[in-house]
Write a protein that binds this ligand. Structure first.
Ligand code: MRU
Length: 354
């Protein structure tokens, strides 16, 4: 394990010499169950069903799934291996449409290895595995760098509101928004966190609370509709959230409910920070072409397996919303803190990495 500047207590995704191991986040906080597979189809299902979720985690898991396919191939035909890898990438890219890290990771493997002029199956296999492992390790490193950068924005005594789960469980480890909170805590700042429960799938209540309690960081859980009240009472000093996709002009696509929180924060003059690695930044897609994932209506009709409404009621279930740049105080990346004007500063930070 490489040397990291902060402790890495939760490893939600691992590579076990050809197999991918992951913590099934659907079962948390009740049960800590790890799953394992070397079959990209099984890993694609795990992403679709949200055993693995969170933009960076999805990207890392997909990269490792392609690596598992490379590892499984015992033949010597470079062309046959290329075809199998492209098939795996096609399948994995159809799992969830919004998180940009998925496409970033799959494109990186494709550009570095599959579309290169590598001539032997052995070399191609090694290239894919090496690239996938570097995607995983650089995700953890970026999270810690974002932690270090973002903790400068957090002061002793802050009460930080966060939404959904942008923690270790949404990444290869340490987390983005929760990485900033963790880093500030490790640096000795006495902070408190308010976590929103995050309906419909309760990532805040189930995952963020679980992670923060494991660290000993004080956390208070609220339902999503309490944000306005707690802000109006002066109970929140900063908002820190993650992102699934950031556009070149600073639009942030993140868990449904983020936009509402950003509006409330603006009304109450509370700084609203987004924390995401540059692998979340999509400089090519215009806003009108972004696909917002709509999930099964039953996620809204049921809570933890219990029907809470009339069974056939019409439901809307967009998984993400879009926060416009004017509501965002700053975006924390592993390359530094990006401030407005985003349309100038985001392309600049991305050009340092690609
Ligand atoms: O639907 P999910 O649980 O995959 O959504 C996750 C989020 O919206 C997170 O806030 C985002 O991926 C950032 S995670 C570091």
């Amino acid at each position: 394990m490489p040397n990291f500047p902060y402790p890495l207590k939760i490893k939600p995704i691992e590579w076990l010499d050809g197999r991918v191991r992951w913590l099934d986040t659907r079962l948390l906080p009740y049960e800590e169950v790890y799953r394992e597979s070397d079959d990209y189809e099984r890993i694609a299902k795990a992403i679709e069903d949200m055993e693995i979720r969170g933009a960076p985690a999805i990207g890392v898991a997909a990269a490792l799934a392609v690596a598992a396919e490379a590892h499984r191939y015992k033949g010597s035909s470079t062309e046959e291996l290329r075809e199998r890898l492209i098939k795996a990438i096609d399948r994995l890219s159809r799992t969830r449409p919004t998180a940009f890290n998925l496409f970033w990771a799959l494109n990186k493997i494709r550009a570095t290895c599959i579309d290169s002029d590598i001539a032997s199956a052995e070399e191609l296999r090694e290239c894919v595995i090496r690239t996938a492992l570097s995607i995983m390790e650089s995700d953890i490193r970026s999270n810690m760098e974002m932690g270090r950068n973002g903790s400068k924005l957090i002061e002793d005594g802050d009460v930080v509101l966060t939404h959904c789960n942008a923690g270790a469980l949404a990444t290869a480890g340490f987390g983005t928004a929760l990485g900033v909170i963790r880093a500030a805590w490790y640096e000795g700042k006495r902070i408190k966190v308010i976590a929103t429960e995050t309906r419909p799938l309760l990532q805040g209540a189930r995952l963020t609370v679980w992670e923060l309690r494991k660290e000993g960081i004080p956390v208070t859980l609220i339902t999503d509709n309490m944000v306005g009240y707690v802000m109006s009472k002066g109970l929140v000093t900063k908002v820190v959230v993650g992102a699934d996709r950031i556009l070149r002009d600073g639009h942030v696509i993140n868990k449904i409910g983020t936009y509402m929180i950003a509006l409330c924060a603006k009304r109450h003059n509370i700084p609203f920070y987004v924390v995401a690695p540059t692998s979340t930044i999509d400089i090519a897609t215009p806003l009108k072409e972004v696909v917002i994932e709509h999930r099964s209506p039953d996620e809204v009709r049921y809570v933890l397996g219990k029907l809470i409404t009339v069974p056939d009621v019409d439901v809307l279930n967009p998984a993400f919303d879009i926060t416009p740049p004017e509501l965002i105080t700053a975006i924390v990346t592993e390359k530094g803190i990006v401030y407005p004007p985003y349309d100038q500063n985001i392309p600049r930070v991305v050009s340092q990495t690609r």
